[in-house]
Design a protein around this ligand. Sequence first.
Ligand code: NAD
Length: 318
Amino acid sequence: MKKILVTGALGQIGSELTMLLRKEYGVHNVIATSRRIKEGHEELIESGIFEILDVTDGKSLAELVKKYKVNTIIHLAAILSAVGEKNPQRAWDINMNGLYNVLEVAREENCSVFTPSSIAVFGDSTPKDNTPQDTIQRPNTIYGVTKVAGELLCDYYYHKYGVDTRGVRFPGLISYETLPGGGTTDYAVHIYYDALKHKKYTSFIAKGTKMDMMYMPDALKAIVQLMEADPSKLIHRNAFNVTAMSFDPEEIAASIRKHIPEFELDYDVDPVRQAIAESWPNSLDDTAAREEWGWNPDYDLDAMTKDMLEKLRVKLGL
Ligand code: NAD
């Protein structure tokens, strides 16, 4: 990666990835873009190159890629699972047309592309435990449908046009910097805020529902490591299963109680997000990522809990 354009740069992943890329690749080599300016991101906006970009506007995207001589696009702009179910037409438009625009400009301007896929590409008919890299992908959310179609489209551009497309199927991502954008695994972020503020959390995901998760530093590491990987070693490009841990609400609560013994967890289950969670795997097999580009996460549940609570205490001034 030399000149990197990031779409959706003010989101949960983008806000941290942009700062990391600026540090590792140089402030002048990272072009952060967002559909609009959002409060709370002044440092990111002011400390490097920042441009307004709606990814459904392919012409503006192409102009930015040419203007800055971009050679890598990290495409993060998307509508996530729970929000997508509220307006499936908008989710299709942004997720599919945004990706199409990115791939077209990458084809014309010879850029590499990273697009995150998700555990949402799996559905009820997928094997739930140790879900294989190559398996049944029949999701029942619009988000999952766009992610499966996106994986196929990225592979198509690689085989048909030689565009260097790469991606991972991220599990739920947990971070303290920016709140998640309306996914099904968001409970695993909110629980830490409420544990510190109220010593109590009401979960919208039911007891016993296991999902894969990852701490943000590992997610950022995965993106950089995959984009820097030797292309001749990559058999599965779009997209690799990656995971760091798998837990249910009781297990994350138990991890929090090691630091806040009085922490209480109760439930008010949201049927929409619960149905989505139940259609996703309990745990992923990420052997292909480990073998093809050396994936190896640093944080397990307890290491993440310790760091999250420490960082959030400072952020919340507690
Ligand atoms: P997010 O919702 O926090 O950020 C996405 C950003 O895209 C938002 O800032 C939003 O304003 C922006 N956006 C929406 N429509 C846009 C448009 N038309 N043009 C430009 N920007 C637009 O999401 P995130 O968690 O940072 O996710 C980034 C990517 O990673 C997405 O593709 C998502 O599907 C994927 N992913 C995320 C997770 C997770 O747990 N966070 C898990 C799996 C996959």
